[in-house]
Design a protein around this ligand. Structure first.
Ligand code: ADP
Ligand code: MG
Length: 613
C-alpha cells in the first residue's frame, strides 16, 4: 500500500475553490464579464439577465474577440492576456489580471461563448458545463464576444442556497453595473432583465453619463477638476437640493476603477456641511487619476479597497475642490479654522509633503459622517422644529440606557433590576413629558421613565405585524395619485415588498420602467410627503436588508415603525402621552424596541431608598 497521501487537485475542483473566492453571487460574475468586455475595447455592451442572474447572465460586446486557440484557452485557470511578467503587475491598466474569472465561472455554471475577431471570417462556439468542454465548433457570429452564463451554481447547491432574494441579488448586479458604466462613458451600455429594458445608455462624456445613469438633471450636477502633482481630480457633485433620503449614489474611482474609501468620502461630505437637510445624503462621483506606482491595487480581486501612499493630501484636495465647486453655485457659510482654503492646499501640495493642519478625522471604516449631522446641542437651541426630522437622535441621547440595564451585577450602583418579559400592569396616577424625550409616569408602586420614540416604535411594530398577519390596514385614497420613480435597485426591492406594503395600507402599483403609482396611503400613522414616506421606509429597509436572520416582514415592520414613530424632541400633549402609554401597555413585548433596546426604566420605592442611603 502506498504511503503517499498528497495528490494534485483536479482542475475542476481547484477552479471551484477559486470560484468561491471570485464568484460569490450573480453580481460578481456580471462584474468580471463586464470588465472583460471593457478590457476587450468594446464600444457597445449589452447585458441580459433572467431571474436576477440565477438562470441567465449574458454579455454581448463588440470588442476585439478571440482567436480559436484563445477562445479555448481563456477558460483555463491562470489564462490571461494581460500579464506576461511580474513587472506588468505594477503597470496594470486593465481591470482583470489574475486570469481566474472565466475559469471560475465555467466551473460553477453552464456557459456558452461565441466569439470572432475582425480578421476571421468565422467565429468559434464553445460550450462548457462545470469546467467540462462540451462543444467547440466554428459558427457565424458578429465581431466581438458573447458569453452566456446559465444556471449559476447549478452544481454547488450550498452556494445557490446561500443567495439572497431576487431583489437583493438584482441590487448587487446593478451596483456592479453602475461601477463599470460610470467609469466608461465612452461605451454604450444596455441592460435587460426578464425581457424588460432597464438601462439604455448612449455613448457620452462623464457629465452626461452620470446625469443619465444617476438620473440627475444636467444642470443640477456641478463639475470641477484640478490637476496637481499629487493627482488629477474631477468632481461631479449633485446640488444639495437633490440630496436624497437614501444613501447610495456616492462613487469614487481611482484610475477608472471603483473604490470604497470612507475617509475620502468624509472629505466630500464635509464639503457639503451646512447645506444638507438632516438625514439626507448628497450624490457625487469623484474621479482620481494617480500614478499607479503610488497606489497598491494588488489586493483581492473582489475587494474594492485600495491603499494610497499618503491619503491626507488627497483628503485635503478633494475637500477643497468640492467646496470650491459648491461655492460656485451656492452660498457657503463660514467654516471652522481647519479649512486651509483652496489656494493654500494647492500651494502646500506643490512644495511640501507635510500640511500645516491635519484633517481632524482619522480613517475609520465604520465611520458614519451623517450620524453626527448638526451637533445636538446647536440644532437643539436654534431650531426646535428640525428635531422632528432627526430620527436618530433619541438613540444618541439614550445611550446611557442600555448601560443602566446592563449593570445587573452591580446593583449597588444603579439600584434597578432587569425587568422580566411580561405584560405591563400599570395603573397610572400621573404622567408628564420631560425634556421632550421622555414620559415620566407615576403609578402607586413605581416611577417609570419611558423613552417616547422607543415606546412608539414598539407600538407601531406590533400594529404593523398585526396588519400583515391578521387585519390589513385600511388605505386612504389620495386626492391626486402620485407617480414615483426609483432607481432599478430600489425598484427591485419595492417590487418584492409590494404585497406586504399593500397589507400595511399602501395602495401602490408598478407602472413600468422603475415607476410606481401611489393611489393611497395607510389611513393611520403616516404623515408627510408621499415620496418622503416611501423613500424613508426604503432607506430604513435597505439599512437592515443584508442582516441575516430576519424575515422580510419583520424587517418591513421595523423599518416602518422607525420611520413613522414619534421622534424624540417632539412636544406631546397629555392626550398623546396617555394614548402612547396605553398602547404600550397593550403590547406583547413592551419592554424592548424591535431592535432589542430598552423602552423604559422603572424604579420602585426600594430602588429609590437605596439611592438615598
Ligand atoms: P483576466 O481578465 O484576469 O485576464 P479572465 O478569466 O477574465 O482573466 O479572462 C481571460 C482572458 O480571456 C483575458 O485575458 C482575455 O484575453 C480573454 N477574454 C475574456 N473575455 C473577453 C472578451 N469579452 N473579449 C475578448 N477577450 C476576452
Ligand atoms: Mg477578467
Amino acid at each position: 500500500m502506498s504511503k503517499d497521501i498528497i495528490s494534485i487537485l483536479p482542475d475542476a475542483i481547484a477552479n471551484q475553490i477559486a470560484a468561491g473566492e471570485v464568484i460569490q453571487r450573480p453580481g460578481s460574475a456580471v462584474k468580471e464579464l463586464l470588465e472583460n468586455a471593457v478590457d476587450a475595447g468594446a464600444t457597445e455592451v449589452k447585458l441580459i439577465l433572467k431571474d436576477a442572474g440565477r438562470t441567465l447572465i449574458q454579455i454581448i460586446d463588440n470588442g476585439k474577440g478571440m482567436s480559436e486557440t484563445d477562445a479555448r484557452m481563456c477558460w483555463e485557470r491562470h489564462a490571461t492576456s494581460k500579464i506576461r511578467n511580474s513587472d506588468d503587475l505594477f503597470r496594470i491598466k486593465s481591470f482583470g489580471f489574475r486570469g481566474e474569472a472565466l475559469a471560475s465561472i465555467a466551473s460553477v455554471a453552464q456557459v456558452e461563448m461565441k466569439t470572432r475577431r475582425a480578421e476571421d471570417e468565422l467565429g468559434i462556439l464553445i460550450q462548457i458545463d462545470g469546467s467540462e468542454l462540451k462543444k467547440q465548433e466554428t459558427c457565424q457570429t458578429h465581431v466581438g464576444t458573447s458569453i452566456a452564463v446559465k444556471n449559476l451554481f447549478y452544481n454547488v447547491p450550498a452556494r445557490r442556497n446561500f443567495l439572497k432574494s431576487n431583489a437583493v441579488e438584482t441590487r448587487h448586479i446593478y451596483d456592479e453595473f453602475h461601477r463599470v458604466a460610470l467609469a466608461r462613458p465612452e461605451i454604450a451600455f444596455s441592460v435587460y432583465h426578464n425581457d424588460q429594458e432597464v438601462f439604455n445608455l448612449k455613448r457620452a462624456d462623464n457629465h452626461q453619463r452620470i446625469s443619465d445613469l444617476l438620473n440627475i438633471s444636467s444642470e443640477k450636477l456641478i463639475y470641477d477638476e484640478e490637476h496637481t502633482s499629487i493627482a488629477g481630480i474631477s468632481v461631479f457633485l449633485g446640488l444639495p437640493e437633490i440630496s436624497k433620503k437614501t444613501r447610495g449614489d456616492q462613487y469614487f474611482f481611482v484610475n477608472n476603477r471603483f473604490i470604497k474609501d470612507p475617509y475620502l468620502g468624509h472629505a466630500v461630505n464635509s464639503a457639503y456641511e451646512g447645506f444638507l437637510a438632516p438625514d439626507t445624503f448628497p450624490s457625487y462621483v469623484i474621479f482620481i487619476e494617480i500614478d499607479p506606482a503610488k497606489i497598491d491595487i494588488n489586493v483581492h480581486p473582489t475587494k474594492t479597497e485600495i491603499k494610497f501612499e499618503d491619503e491626507r493630501p488627497l483628503y485635503q484636495l478633494i475637500k477643497a475642490i468640492s467646496r470650491k465647486a459648491l461655492a460656485s453655485k451656492i452660498y457657503i457659510p463660514e467654516t471652522g479654522q481647519d479649512d486651509l482654503g483652496f489656494a493654500g492646499i494647492l500651494q502646500n501640495s506643490y512644495n511640501a509633503n507635510s500640511f500645516p493642519t491635519e484633517p481632524k478625522v482619522k480613517t475609520n471604516p465604520s465611520y458614519n459622517p451623517f450620524a453626527n449631522q448638526g451637533s445636538n446641542q446647536v440644532s437643539r437651541n436654534r431650531n426646535v422644529g428640525k428635531w422632528e426630522m432627526l430620527f436618530d437622535i433619541p438613540d444618541k441621547k439614550l445611550d446611557p440606557l442600555p448601560n443602566l440595564f446592563g449593570n445587573e451585577d452591580k446593583p449597588a450602583q444603579s439600584g434597578h433590576k432587569i425587568i422580566e418579559a411580561q405584560k405591563l400592569n400599570w395603573s397610572i396616577d400621573a404622567l408628564m413629558q420631560w425634556d421632550k424625550f421622555y414620559i415620566v409616569v407615576s403609578t402607586p408602586k413605581n416611577l417609570i421613565i419611558i423613552a417616547q420614540q422607543r415606546a412608539h416604535e414598539r407600538v407601531l411594530f406590533e400594529k404593523y405585524q398585526k396588519n400583515l398577519n391578521e387585519k390589513p390596514e385600511a388605505s386612504q385614497q389620495l386626492l391626486f395619485p402620485r407617480m414615483l420613480e426609483f432607481n432599478p435597485a430600489d425598484t427591485a426591492i419595492l417590487e418584492e415588498i409590494l404585497p406586504d406594503f399593500k397589507l400595511l395600507g399602501f395602495d401602490i402599483s408598478p407602472f413600468g420602467r422603475n415607476t410606481f403609482i401611489v393611489n393611497g396611503l395607510p389611513a393611520q400613522s403616516v404623515k408627510g410627503e408621499v415620496k418622503e414616506i416611501i423613500e424613508g421606509i426604503l432607506e430604513q429597509y435597505k439599512r437592515n436588508l443584508l442582516n441575516e436572520g430576519q424575515s422580510s416582514k419583520d424587517l418591513l415592520c421595523k423599518s416602518m415603525a422607525r420611520q413613522n414613530s414619534i421622534k424624540g424632541g417632539v412636544d406631546l400633549s397629555k392626550e398623546e402621552m396617555n394614548q402612547l402609554v396605553q398602547d404600550l401597555i397593550q403590547c406583547e413585548e413592551p419592554f424592548f424596541t424591535p431592535d432589542r433596546k430598552p423602552v423604559f426604566l422603572q424604579f420602585g420605592a426600594a430602588d429609590l431608598n437605596k439611592e438615598f442611603e
